[in-house]
Write a protein that binds this ligand. Structure first.
Ligand code: AMP
Ligand code: MN
Ligand code: MN
Length: 323
């Protein structure tokens, strides 16, 4: 990693845009916030010259992330010409949603990520498939450059690492991950408080939607495949916003017989959005069949087919990786 290039690129920029992915999670929001804080604190930028953008809605549980209330919708900044755009935790360009045109029209495009399927779509790329989270990639950059990491940055990076490791439980949790988390605690991150925000603050209707989905879950192949289909009607019934389905696919994987779990959601009558999780098989392969991607045990894609047809095609592909 050419860390000096990170430094000189920021130093040479005048107006910077940081971009998070659609259906934002703790890693993309925590990374965006940490990068924003680092740029303001270390490179002499004013608030007016650094913007953050998001797509859709910021889940309630992540509103504690420092500065996140300053993040804007793409439409609010669409007339501004930036000279540096930085995408964080974005595996593929289409995951930028409405922010993609902003990225494309910027001269210098930096791609900071940790998905092994990342195609190095930036003009400058900091992509490390070995890192547990984009937050960890940023942590290493900040440390190598001895940048001042204050309490806000520590909170944001801790949230990113915590959520992408499933609370330090997934395979991507290494000794280095825990050492870095420990350093962030020394810098002021509060693990109990951050965990409470991330894991103990669900809206009631979200839990009720999950209960409804679990009751209607479908099991096949000796219960090795476990899945949930969610229609827009289900979402309306629980006054659910898009983020309410987060965590469902992990709940299904938690069942002892599950090898691969999926959640497939109706976007419109011809579009279905898929989340995949696995204990052993590589589900990024399944996602890639449909033009998506991700990690070995957590991947996603969008299938341009009605819900039921998409589900059948998806299960067919899952069977192939289960062997
Ligand atoms: P999700 O199920 O939405 O939490 O996504 C699981 C993982 O797959 C995350 O790391 C995503 O960044 C990645 N992912 C989801 N959808 C896509 C996609 N369309 N293209 C590439 N990666 C994706
Ligand atoms: Mn993410
Ligand atoms: Mn991530």
């Amino acid at each position: 990693m050419d860390y000096e290039l990170f430094k000189t690129t920021i130093q040479n920029a005048k107006k910077i845009l940081i971009i998070s992915h659609v259906n934002p999670d703790g890693d993309t929001l925590g990374s965006m916030s940490a990068l924003y804080g680092i740029i303001l604190n270390n490179f002499g930028f004013s608030q007016d010259d650094v913007d953050m953008v998001y797509n859709g809605i910021i889940p309630e549980i992540y509103k504690f992330i420092p500065f996140i209330e300053r993040a804007k919708k793409s439409a609010e900044v669409s007339t501004i010409q930036y000279d540096l755009a930085i995408s964080v935790d974005i595996a593929a360009k289409d995951r930028m949603g409405d922010s993609l045109p902003l990225f494309e029209k910027t001269n210098i495009r930096m791609n900071i990520d940790h998905h092994k399927t990342n195609t190095n779509f930036g003009t400058i790329n900091f992509v490390r498939g070995d890192a547990c989270s984009c937050g960890e990639v940023l942590f290493d950059i900040f440390k190598a450059l001895a940048l001042k990491t204050d309490k806000n940055t520590a909170w944001a990076l801790f949230a990113a690492i915590l959520t992408d490791t499933g609370g330090f439980r997934y395979e991507n949790t290494t000794a280095q991950t825990l050492q870095k988390a420990a350093e962030l605690i020394q810098l002021g991150a509060e693990p109990a408080t951050i965990s409470r925000y991330c894991y103990e603050s669900k809206p009631r209707n979200m839990v009720l939607l999950h209960a409804n989905c679990m009751i209607n879950a479908e099991f096949s192949d000796n219960n090795k495949i476990a899945g949930i289909c969610i229609t827009n009607k289900d979402m309306e019934k629980f006054h659910a916003t898009n983020d309410y389905t987060e965590g469902l696919v992990e709940e299904l994987r938690r069942i002892n017989t599950t090898e691969v779990s999926y959640v497939i959601k109706e976007v419109d009558e011809n579009t279905s959005k898929v989340s995949l999780r696995s204990k052993t098989a590589d589900v990024s392969v399944v996602a890639q069949v449909f033009g998506g991607g991700g990690h070995t045990f957590a991947a996603g894609c969008t299938i341009r087919k009605p819900l039921n047809i998409a589900k059948n095609k998806l299960v067919e592909e899952i069977r192939k990786v289960l062997g």
